[in-house]
Design a protein around this ligand. Structure first.
Ligand code: GSH
Ligand code: ZN
Ligand code: ZN
Length: 191
């Protein structure tokens, strides 16, 4: 049987609604759920195969995108949140009980500072931007996926309309490189 890439991708991707303005995210606890209210659609939504992003049970990939920090408010049971790894670039705030990541925040000097990473599948609302590409595909091998089967995964992602990359998409990698070039003085601060 083909492995599950992610429930939002396995049986074709549903397009989002460009005028969608956000919704609530909930953790997976059966009661006293952590609730996060998001007042924005997500951008750069993508499948991520890395080992750090939260994935639903049985899925090879996470689906994760960004919203402005100001668009995120913890609106219930925030006392259940903890930061998984405070030394990581993305500080993932997860529910201590069910393990779901509610949002990932960048606190240090980083090109994506000011953006929070979220998983829109934690919301019941419809209209979130659909995944746009697949990142960190080869990283699933580090987590035990057989290298001999990775081409099938790449083909399935492409069949569902997602270009595959082993880091982020070229556009995002260019943004990161621009930030680095400006920090090390090789590029002018204003472009
Ligand atoms: N191959 C590594 C890649 C990890 C990685 O670099 N993840 C990316 C995509 S989420 C990242 O930006 N990580 C920053 C962080 O996790 O703080 C893994 O699977 O653990
Ligand atoms: Zn929970
Ligand atoms: Zn990731």
């Amino acid at each position: 049987m083909a492995p599950s890439i992610h429930p939002a991708i396995d049986n074709s991707i549903k397009k989002g609604d460009a005028s969608f303005k956000g919704g609530k995210l909930y953790c997976h606890c059966s009661s006293a759920k952590v609730e996060v209210t998001v007042s924005s659609n997500v951008a750069h939504n993508h499948a991520c195969g890395c080992s750090k992003c939260w994935k639903p049970e049985g899925a090879l990939f996470s689906v994760v995108g960004v919203v402005p920090v100001d668009a995120i408010k913890v609106t219930a049971n925030g006392n259940k949140l903890k930061v998984i790894d405070s030394s990581a670039a993305i500080q993932r705030h997860a529910c201590k009980e069910c393990g779901v990541h509610l949002f990932g925040r960048i606190e240090n000097d980083h090109p994506f500072k000011g953006l929070d990473f979220i998983h829109t599948e934690l919301s019941d609302s419809k209209g979130w931007q659909e995944p746009q590409f697949a990142a960190f595909v080869s990283s699933v091998i580090e987590q035990g996926f057989l290298p001999s089967e990775i081409n099938g995964v790449r083909e399935k992602l492409k069949k569902e309309g997602l270009e595959t990359y082993d880091v982020l998409s070229p556009g995002l990698m260019d943004l990161i490189a621009t930030h680095t070039g400006q920090k090390n003085g090789k590029l002018p601060a204003k472009l």
